[in-house]
Design a protein around this ligand. Structure first.
Ligand SMILES: [Zn+2]
Length: 322
């Protein structure tokens, strides 16, 4: 059962996220604040490359009927309870990744910078803790245009957060969000996502914006993987070196405790729920078979781990500490 229509749900979600309102309204003090990861970054070797997970923050969102659009709330709560997780709220982390290839640095997705809700905007601090300055980033690679993934490209004052970086974007994703006619036709509540895309990309010099077709190699050793459904042109990325690989799934699932365990459930932010469901099963099947390292933007810290088949779905096994 779909409680909400295709674009309405996803775009309202995206629009609200662009300005943080859904999240700030959604964090009443009675649930407290989520505990940020400490030290806030984790690195793993993938062949000759080093990959960092860098937490931008966490939002604590009260769990309501709307979050999983096609399952009753009591079933959603039961699945959380079975994993010894709280059932009144969901902690949603935001985790960009950094791929370091010698002197070349690729940041994948950006978090919020200073445009987001309380408890976010820590990427810069965690980047510094890992030994990097924003000026060191030569490439930013964007999975999709929801606000938590793109808003950190520009500070609130309009300046570029990574002043030396080229920005690699999925061509169909860019085409969708930058289409003025589509923005005009969207209901007012859904315009925020389009406006966020314009704020971030609108005045980016042409030579700084590098579109790729999902499926293509974005950089040496970094291949994009079409992962449409959550948004029209979302891309995942597989990083390979010396026979090892790491796949960043972006928002193929939101929190894995719900949407890996039950891949047929849809989060309210999935813009095309059916397509997102097929993509989720295809990519998680692949990761479970390969037993390769995986990471996701909304995975619990360290956000790195493996995907294993479990029941009718999958389980995310985080890397051990250390
Ligand atoms: Zn997201």
């Amino acid at each position: 059962m779909q409680r909400r229509g295709f674009l309405a749900a996803g775009m309202a979600g995206a629009g609200a996220m662009a300005f943080g309102s859904v999240w700030s309204q959604a964090s009443p003090p009675n649930f407290g604040m989520a505990t940020p990861a400490n030290p806030g970054f984790r690195s793993v070797k993938v062949g000759s490359l080093e990959v960092f997970a860098l937490q931008d923050g966490i939002s604590r969102r009260p769990l309501g009927e709307e979050f999983v659009t096609n399952a009753p709330l009591d079933q959603v709560k039961a699945l959380l309870a079975s994993q010894a997780l709280p059932t009144d709220y969901v902690d949603i982390p935001y985790t960009p990744f950094l791929v370091v290839d010698g002197g070349t640095r690729y940041l994948i997705d950006t978090g919020f910078a200073d445009n987001g809700p309380a408890g976010t905007g820590r990427l810069r601090t965690h980047l510094a803790a890992a030994g990097f300055k924003p000026e060191d980033i030569q490439h930013v690679i964007i999975s999709h245009y929801h606000g938590d993934h793109i808003n950190g490209l520009r500070l609130r004052d309009g300046s570029l957060a990574f002043p030396n970086a080229k920005v690699h974007v999925s061509a169909p994703e860019h085409a969708f969000w930058m289409d003025d006619a589509r923005m005009e036709a969207a209901p007012p509540a859904a315009r925020g996502g389009f406006m966020a895309a314009r704020r971030v990309f609108g005045s980016l010099p042409r030579e700084r914006l590098v579109p790729f077709e999902p499926g293509a190699e974005v950089a040496p050793g970094i291949r994009s993987v079409a992962a449409f459904g959550h948004t029209p042109g979302m891309s995942a990325f597989t990083v390979r070196s010396q026979g090892q690989s790491f796949t960043y799934v972006a928002d193929v699932t939101n929190v894995p405790s719900l949407f890996a365990r039950n891949p047929d459930w849809s989060v309210t932010f999935d813009m095309n729920a059916d397509q997102a469901r097929q993509t989720r099963r295809r990519i998680f099947d692949m990761l479970a078979k390969e037993k390769s390292l995986a990471g996701g933007f909304h995975f619990p810290f360290p956000a790195f781990g493996t995907i294993e088949a479990a029941g009718n779905g999958f389980a995310f096994k985080p890397l051990a500490e250390g």
